[in-house]
Design a binder for this molecule. Sequence first.
Ligand code: K2U
Ligand code: ZN
Length: 169
Amino acid sequence: MAQLPILRYPDPRLHTVAKPVQAVDPRIRMLISDMQETMYEAQGIGLAATQVDAHVRLIVIDVSEERNQPLVLINPVLAWASEERVKGDEGCLSVPGIYDGVERAAAVHVTALDGEGQSRTIEAEGLLAVCIQHEMDHLLGKVFVEYLSPLKRNRIKAKMLKQIKEERA
Ligand code: K2U
Ligand code: ZN
């Protein structure tokens, strides 16, 4: 088990399009375990492999209050999205300290392999639906700030670069 460094916006690697997982082998199982440790330590409710510079279609999630209901989505496919939309404030472990409104489908159905390589369909609404959409965006190289205005996005980019520079000083 290991905690992995999380890429920080505007790192260009966050815009990499992830490739499908070829086999749920020991290497992928280790990555799943490391991503879960990283997510829990960062107090996140989701984490995409893209964020830890591993460009495969893999997401870990835990939206439970008790932080004991982990979900693993390998090669997720969006099978259905509701017409109903919801708008809520989102954050991101790759954009620390920034929260802003994003509109998403209120409910989604996603098919994916679980951590054992078994095919599953997840019918999600509420926070889980939003989290799944947020993480599936990461696998397409999309960060939530890209839904914001160019003015807001540029201000966030400048703030992140200043944060990174100060941390390195
Ligand atoms: O992708 C991530 O960075 C994890 C997100 C997942 C998420 C985003 C928006 C809406 C639902 C889920 C974070 O866990 S959001 C919460 C957060 C943000 C920053 C630091 C800690 C926790
Ligand atoms: Zn994120």
